[in-house]
Design a protein around this ligand. Structure first.
Ligand SMILES: NC(=O)c1ccc[n+]([C@@H]2O[C@H](COP(=O)([O-])OP(=O)(O)OC[C@H]3O[C@@H](n4cnc5c(N)ncnc54)[C@H](OP(=O)(O)O)[C@@H]3O)[C@@H](O)[C@H]2O)c1
Length: 325
């Protein structure tokens, strides 16, 4: 099978190659999925380049491989068709159209991937294209983990989503609306219409409105891109509110600990996971029409280098899809 192989840590052009790999075989609880589409996410780019928040480079090398990835196939999310099932699999059969996430086990930038049937894999809604299905998990699972689990966002509360036009931001705006919150999205002016169309009640152009002089007080401030600035985030969060950091380095974790002991807003960060139940919940909201995945551009597997370069440009609107089979 063809797969995008990451030969080491570095720039996309230096380390990514399309090569032939042995097609995986599904074991006991596994499905072999013929991958139709995947996503090229901020996580893929961070893992490939080791451009990670302060203090995380060494832990990442220890977890994923010291001088190169132990599993050289990137790609956390997939959509496709079940080609074979392991002998212990219940609830799926050959020919099922599915979507899901392998998380940090990765392996989705390939023509086939083996995934645990008990993991984050579900039947794809028939009205959802393979590309939309593939980009769905990343932003929405992240936004769910931060807004519901960390901030306990409730109906009627106010939220500032900073970086509202990215993969996590477009998901956070929609999810916060689905929870009944009043949403302010901050993005550059060219993306204001997109963010409004996703349900934001107010949109701020951060290039015109300096965040350091912005006024307001939100129950939840979600910095989805790590560029709001710590002091701005704290100032804009209510005393009893929560400041969420999608991007946090080691110094931030000391601040988080300190915030637990003292007065003022709670600060929260962490790694979003991929749970089957969460994906199921999100697909329910999608079926109700409350969520829609946003795709900026889509690339063929053979264009993996270009796809990474675009995904890490810092300017993408929503998600980057990768067409595979
Ligand atoms: N903790 C976790 O579990 C977790 C999970 C997923 C992602 N993340 C992290 O979250 C971050 C965001 O991921 P993503 O996929 O949403 O990124 P992304 O899609 O690449 O973000 C692109 C967006 O960033 C916005 N942006 C760029 N510079 C900005 C600035 N100075 N101020 C405000 N917005 C700016 C751009 O908006 P404009 O063009 O409108 O300015 C663009 O739409 C990544 O660093 C990723 O590693 C963490």
């Amino acid at each position: 099978m063809k797969a995008a192989i990451c030969k080491g840590y570095g720039s996309a052009a230096e380390v990514l190659r399309i090569e032939e790999r042995v097609k995986p075989k599904p074991r006991g609880d596994e499905l072999l999925v013929s991958v139709k589409a995947s996503a090229v996410t901020a996580a893929d780019c961070r893992i490939r380049s080791l451009n990670v928040p302060a203090g995380f480079s060494l832990p990442m090398r220890l977890a994923l491989g010291f001088s190169k990835l132990r599993n050289p196939v990137l790609g956390l999310d997939f959509s496709g068709v079940v080609e074979a099932v392991g002998e212990k699999v219940l609830g799926f059969e050959t020919g099922d159209e599915v979507l899901g996430s392998t998380g940090i086990r990765m392996g989705c930038h390939a023509e086939f991937v083996s995934v645990r049937a008990s993991g984050a894999v579900l039947r794809k809604p028939s009205g959802l294209s393979f590309e939309s299905a593939a980009v769905f998990p990343f932003g929405f699972l992240t936004a769910l983990s931060f807004l519901r689990d960390q901030a306990k966002l409730r109906e009627g509360q106010s939220v500032l989503v900073y970086g509202a036009s990215g993969a996590v931001g477009t998901a956070a705006v929609q999810l916060a609306k689905a929870f009944g919150a009043r949403v302010t999205g901050a993005c550059s002016g060219g993306n204001a219409e997109l963010v409004r169309s996703l349900g934001a009640d107010t949109v701020i152009d951060y290039r015109i409105q300096e965040m350091s002089s912005m006024e307001g007080s939100y129950d939840v401030v979600f910095d989805t891109v790590g560029k709001l600035g710590f002091a701005n985030g704290i100032r804009l969060t209510k005393e009893e509110g929560t400041f969420l950091l999608a991007v946090a380095g080691l110094p931030d974790f000391f601040r988080i600990l300190k915030s637990k002991l003292g007065r003022g807003p709670r600060i929260s960060a962490g790694m979003a996971g991929e749970k089957k139940g969460d994906l199921e919940y999100l697909l329910g909201l999608l079926a109700d029409g409350a969520l829609r995945p946003v795709i900026d551009r889509s690339f063929a597997l053979s264009e993996i280098v270009e796809a990474h370069e675009f995904a890490e440009s810092g300017r993408k609107r929503g998600n980057v899809a990768l067409r595979i089979n």
